[in-house]
Design a protein around this ligand. Structure first.
Ligand code: NAP
Ligand code: HSE
Length: 440
């Protein structure tokens, strides 16, 4: 039997934050101490944890580990590795920079911070010659960032498309399967602890946009921040949208999509990154991702299509990714090496959303009289948007038209919608939802 020798002195770990994720990290560090030491080649000792309120009950974690002095972790010369699971931008940002300057390897789960200051943090870890790992920041337990940064780094990523927010996927699953309204499905998600009391970050797509920026930066070797991501949440999705989608063989998912654009026939001159509700055919692999699960679909030049699936949130799943990072850094330290550093050598520009190309489903109310269909078709034609299918329902004075388009640029579609709203035969444009996953 091969057993890894314990190679060095124990590595002391300090943790910033001990909430949903931190308590699981602390529990697993203690419960799996021997296995982790054997795998890391060195014991990993949790030495100190900083929180806001040390009087909170955190069963199983020794009280003497807690402090409210955040700096005492990043400045302690006896602490080798810092886990940041406090969240937010400041003081997490300054504390991580300080920990790096003090020679500590850092693990974080903080997508909001990475989506704002990722480039600065990668540069700082490079300058300080320390490891900086953040697998837990996107899609929780699912190994997706290291596969992109390491396993697929010899390939050419063309597109990344994923369900990377569990709360919204839970809400949309409930709307699809039981016909609930957005409001009722959100209330259910809150009752089950998936959605926060203030659900804005999830339902308005901010959380997914931060994760999309991280995925896009890694996939296309460029600096991408949350401000580069076009974002629409799911608050406007109605039970009627979901019903019509279902009748037509589709599901609605909040998708994050990062893709290289072909500009003037040359590949990858720009990228677009977008988060929005999307119709997917029911037989698409992402359509079967239910409830709070996440999945990321990666399309590469040589590897073809790959899909990564699992739990995207929750204390234990997120802690699993953090401990994987911790062991990776400990192994690097044993070998006197560092993990791969991020590179933004490609320096691709982010294209405006108007250049993104996809299909659309437009639902509108029109007068039910001769010539209406021709008038509507004329608006699409005048804006160079080609129609794939038309469905009409309703009788009497008003009818509902549901039109699916061929692939068209966003800017042309936006002009089409503007003109439809101005057209006298159109009473109301009720919804416009993008469509993915239909083979060309
Ligand atoms: P949480 O439950 O709110 O816990 C935050 C912890 O940080 C608490 O222990 C809090 O102390 C401490 N803290 C926050 N601000 C502080 C400050 N200024 N000074 C001292 N302590 C401070 O958060 P979480 O859900 O564990 O999330 C932590 C991080 O993981 C976030 O970046 C989040 O985006 C990321 N993440 C979370 C999940 C998930 O499923 N929850 C999944 C993936 C990634 P008190 O306990 O004293 O209040
Ligand atoms: N609120 C996030 C979600 C979990 O619902 O997926 C942390 O990333």
């Amino acid at each position: 039997m091969f057993e890894r020798r314990l190679l060095g002195k124990p590595l002391n770990v300090g943790m910033l934050g001990c909430g949903h994720v931190g308590t699981e990290v602390a529990r697993l560090l203690v419960a799996n101490q021997q296995d982790l030491a054997a795998r890391a080649g060195v014991p990993l000792t949790l030495k100190k944890i900083a929180v806001r309120d040390i009087s909170k009950s955190r069963p199983g974690i020794p009280q003497e580990l807690f402090t409210t002095d955040l700096a005492s972790i990043v400045d302690d010369p006896d602490i080798d590795l810092v886990i940041e699971v406090m969240g937010g931008i400041e003081p997490a940002h300054e504390l991580i920079l300080r920990a790096m300057k003090n020679g500590k390897g850092v693990v974080t789960a903080n997508k909001a911070l990475l989506a704002k200051h990722g480039a600065e943090l990668f540069h700082a870890s490079d300058l300080a010659d320390v490891d900086f790992y953040y697998e837990a920041a996107v899609a929780g337990a699912i190994p997706i960032l290291r596969p992109l940064a390491e396993s697929l780094v010899g390939d050419h990523v063309e597109r990344v498309m994923g369900i990377i927010n569990g709360t919204t996927n839970y809400i949309l699953t409930k709307m699809h399967e039981s016909g609930s309204s957005f409001k009722d499905a959100l209330a259910e998600a809150q009752a089950l602890g998936y959605a926060e009391a203030d659900p804005t970050a999830d339902v308005e797509g901010f959380d997914a946009a931060a994760k999309a920026a991280i995925l896009a930066g890694l996939s296309f070797h460029s600096v991408v921040t949350d401000e580069d991501v076009y974002r629409e949440g799911i608050t406007g999705i109605t039970a009627e949208d979901v019903k019509v989608a279902k009748e037509m063989g589709f599901v609605i998912k909040l998708l994050a999509i990062a893709e290289a654009n072909e500009v003037h026939g040359s590949k990858e001159e720009t990228i677009t990154v977008r988060v929005h509700p999307t119709l997917l055919p029911q037989n698409h692999p992402l359509a079967s991702v239910r409830e709070a699960f996440n999945a990321v679909f990666v399309q590469c030049e040589s590897a073809g299509e790959l899909m990564f699936y699992g739990r995207g949130a929750g204390g234990a799943p997120t802690a699993s990714a953090i401990l994987g990072d911790l062991v990776a850094i400990a192994r690097n330290r044993n070998e006197g090496s560092l993990g791969p550093t991020e590179t933004d050598y490609a320096d691709l520009d982010i294209a405006p959303i108007g250049l993104a190309r996809t299909r659309y489903l437009i639902r509108m109310h029109v007068a039910d009289k001769p010539g209406v269909l021709a008038a509507v078709a004329q608006v699409f034609s005048a804006n160079a948007v080609s129609i794939l299918s038309v469905r009409q329902s309703g009788r009497g004075e008003h009818a509902e038209l549901t039109i699916m388009t061929h692939i068209a640029p966003e800017s042309d579609l936006a002009n089409t919608v503007k003109d439809l709203k101005r057209n006298e035969v159109v009473t109301e444009v009720e919804s416009v939802i993008r469509v993915e996953g239909i083979p060309a």
